[in-house]
Design a protein around this ligand. Sequence first.
Ligand code: OXD
Ligand code: MN
Length: 585
Amino acid sequence: MYNNIYVNEWVEQMAAMTKPDSIVWIDGSEEERERLTKQAVSTGEMIELNQEKLPGCLYHRTAENDVARVEHLTFICTSRKEDAGPTNNWMEKSAAYAKLGTLFNGCMKGRTMYVIPYIMGPAFSEFSKVGIEITDSIYVVLNMRIMTRMGKIAMDMLGDSPDFVKGLHSKGELDPEKRFICHFPEDNAIWSIGSGYGGNVLLGKKCFALRIASWLGRKEGWMAEHMLILGIQDPTGNIQYVTAAFPSACGKTNLAMLIPPEKYRKMGYKVWTVGDDIAWLRIGPDGRLWAVNPESGFFGVAPGTSMKSNPNALLTCQKNTIFTNVALTPEKTVWWESMGVPAPEHATDWKGQPWTPDSGTKAAHPNSRFTAPAKQCPCISSEWENPAGVPVTAMIFGGRRAKVAPLVYQSFSWEHGVFVGATMASETTAAATGAVGVVRRDPMAMLPFCGYNMGEYFSHWLEMGKKIPNPPKIFNVNWFRVDDEGHFIWPGFGDNLRVLLWILARCNGKVDAVESPIGYLPKPEDIDLEGTDITPEVLKGLLSIDKEAWTQEVEDQKAHLARFEKLPEEIKKEYEALAARVAAM
Ligand code: OXD
Ligand code: MN
């Protein structure tokens, strides 16, 4: 037990409800990690991997029906429905406590309750916040060790304060019918039951660092965003930072760990990762916006991660990593689809079944993950734990658009940038034919993660714009334009640096741009193509905007914006202005 009376009292209450056999207070020590690992391995909950090839690595499988976040079972529980808004599932707060209280009642009988104090953000930083997660899962404890700064250090930071996020998790019966992920932003609390999958149970991540933190950020005048943070170092050694938000399947982790093309490496350019998923942003004493990564690990999607697509991610997870739902080879190493190495002749798949390349099924679940310490990343920024954060020069929104959005454009203003984020979209493409699929709008990639009314969230962005004396410039990128045969035109990956450099050149007042109806477009000669096989003609195509496509886009945006209550006037005005500019094209 620690000696914070608020923590002790709350843990006592939760224990009275869940009735565990015993309570273990997590201190974050190495001895504790060894003990819990041994225990988890002895029960079969975790499998120890080949310690020569993957030192410190563990393997875990979740239940087959418990492999992803469950948005339809995720609730914002407030007194008033309007505070959750029309795009969140809502439960009235006391009704939610009552409903989940029944499920939590006695759910830890025969189990151990672990109490995990943790910090989101660097220890003792002004940005940082303390949470306590109660859980009956060793898997959660071992993952939280990687994803957060946890144990005694968190209690040292909390001191005798009552200001901590109260997270209660139980695997319950792992029954999807009795699975709920409930957030109580008015009470700084999260109750999650019935799941053992990361995004639902590592309560520091999406639940706290985005849903609860977005609410706190609005109240306290800062921002919690679903953004990577990246530093770009030029040959003189100067580093500038950008943040970027993308919906899933847009290469966010790859961008966060980008390797410059050879030409740029030789010139002395370097890219440094500060974070791959979440940014907490505050106005700094210099009037700029500063960002920290609240996490201390990566919870990355394994399939598709290879030495070609993302060597830095692959190198990060060679030791001290927990692999979940990937394939297990006979020599106790791991494998997944598109890992860039031949499939093993025999393996055990993510369901625990024998698998061969002829099985006709995937060996790894498409959402299988690695949980790896950020400090192991070869390109981790020296500033990633700086308690003051890093200053943000540009913010980038993006999505997967086959035709509509150009490779890059800059918003006219902060307000226009907020509008661009608010109408952000991504498409599914039928890969073989390149046919344009369904457009999904996901404002700032926050639709599943905003802990309050999304209309008010847009207002908060607009308010922040007024308060930041020297705000970042806002851009939109699209790496995914396709030609008439459905092939991607832009090479992507490391070559995306060419676009990032245009973005920085704009922020530094180094290049002009062309004013278009949708924003400022690059002059084609200002994006360096040397070393690619993109011709200036092709680049012109990538930067083109089509009246018909944008007329349709504007129509679609109208329907999208109609979903929100409390849509700020500025967003409506930006919409009308865009519609008029497109009509006049
Ligand atoms: C994630 C997500 O896992 O955004 O990071 O779904
Ligand atoms: Mn994410």
